[in-house]
Ligand binder design. Structure first.
Ligand SMILES: Nc1ncnc2c1ncn2[C@@H]1O[C@H](COP(=O)(O)OP(=O)(O)OP(=O)(O)O)[C@@H](O)[C@H]1O
Ligand SMILES: [Mg+2]
Length: 373
């Protein structure tokens, strides 16, 4: 899966850079800016899913293109009114449908998070009981961080305000501070509510001094808003941030998240439970969820979901070899043949899916956690 995703991203990247260069060459730098910034986002995405050797290079390229996109926009200002649509697009208004039962494994972590979510909302508690309302979830890709944030919102029946940090810097560049301010304001009006800042590392690429002006302003605005919230002890807005690269985070921002929770790759028992969830309804033959859990060490929940889907499709393909010849108009009446899933279906699926996170990176998470930042 990693390779496929990487190839798709690289194609998108090439397209954005080509468009940007063409526009720039024909004197339309104002239009080129957003394409350069889009390229920066794609580079960052590539960095997340790449091995360490490439990740650093991709991050550097991302900074370069972001700077280029912004320089172009400064000479020919890129303005976009923050209309209500911009805010609306960033807010998931409907209640997320993920529940704690959909998340396999992670036993103690789930309990710890539930507890941190609920304590701030308790009406009668001793004054000395305080719980951080700002929680940072960190860990490898595909381990359930986004699911956890959604399950929290679902559990509390609280509006969920989701912000992708990368879109703050790209799509709405120049308006990002206003959007942040509006977002926190709306969340406060609708409290109890949850603000979920996904990919928080993408706005804070480096602690170095060359971090660009736009990023600096976005961080500044976020710090101001978070501090404003924290000062008001009665406010019932919970801020959850998620990242794959906690070591890239700005220290000032990091210090606002007193509660940092590591969401690791699933252990054997958790993998078994995740397989159970993703194979629900399917019958198994010559293999069990337990054995699948045993042989899938190092795979994330997301990879397990892809393996499950792939194994199911292998079976469906074998049982319905002429499916692609079915007249599309008759699909409604068509019945797919099925049989219990076999070991071979999974062997084939495993051979196609690569682990995204290597041992070295897992050590890096542990070391970072041990620093007790
Ligand atoms: N513990 C789990 N139980 C069940 N499914 C899981 C679990 N973890 C991950 N998945 C599957 O993987 C998908 C991705 O999970 P999620 O988006 O929560 O990962 P993430 O940690 O936010 O990843 P990223 O860091 O890349 O954003 C889910 O939609 C689900 O199908
Ligand atoms: Mg996520």
């Amino acid at each position: 899966m990693g390779e496929l995703r990487e190839n798709i991203l690289k194609q998108e990247l090439q397209k954005e850079i080509e468009i940007a260069k063409k526009l720039e060459a024909s004197g339309k730098s104002k239009q080129a800016g957003p394409h350069y910034r889009k390229a920066a986002i794609i580079y960052r995405r590539l960095a997340y899913i790449s091995r360490k050797e490439n990740a650093d290079k991709f991050f550097n390229n991302a900074s370069e293109y972001e700077a280029k996109g912004m320089t172009i926009s400064t000479t020919t200002p890129y303005t976009r009114a923050v209309d209500d649509d911009a805010i609306k697009n960033m807010i998931v208004r409907e209640k997320p449908d993920v529940t704690w039962e959909d998340i396999g494994g992670l036993g103690e972590i789930k309990d710890e998070i539930k507890e941190s979510m609920m304590i701030p909302l308790v009406g009668n508690k001793p004054a000395y009981v305080e719980s951080s309302r700002n929680i940072l979830l960190y860990g490898p890709p595909g381990t359930g961080k986004t699911m956890i944030a959604k399950a929290c919102s679902n559990m509390l029946d609280a509006p969920f305000f989701e912000v992708k940090a990368s879109s703050l810097l790209s799509k709405y560049f120049g308006e990002s501070e206003k959007i942040i301010a509006r977002l926190f304001m709306e969340a406060a009006e609708k409290q109890p509510s949850i603000i979920f800042i996904d990919e928080i590392d993408s706005i804070i690429l480096s602690r170095s001094s060359d971090i660009n002006e736009g990023t600096r302003r976005v961080i500044g605005q976020m710090l101001t808003e978070i501090d404003g919230f924290s000062a008001d002890k009665t406010r019932k807005v919970i801020i959850i941030a998620a990242t794959n690269r906690p070591w890239d985070l700005d220290e000032a921002l990091l210090s606002r998240f007193q509660k940092k929770i590591y969401v690791p790759l699933p252990d054997q028992k958790s993998r078994e439970m995740i397989f159970e969830l993703h194979l629900k309804g399917a019958e198994l033959d010559s293999i069990t969820e337990e054995s699948l859990g045993r042989i899938s060490e190092g795979f994330s929940g997301r990879e397990i979901s892809v393996i499950s889907r792939e194994a199911i499709m292998n079976m469906i393909r074998e049982m319905n070899p002429d499916f692609h010849d079915v007249n599309p108009k008759t699909l409604e009446k068509c019945t797919l043949k099925e049989r219990p899933l076999k070991k071979e279906d999974f062997d084939n699926a495993f051979s196609k899916i690569k682990k995204v996170t290597d041992k070295e990176t897992i050590e890096k998470y542990k070391e970072w956690g041990d620093q007790g930042l």
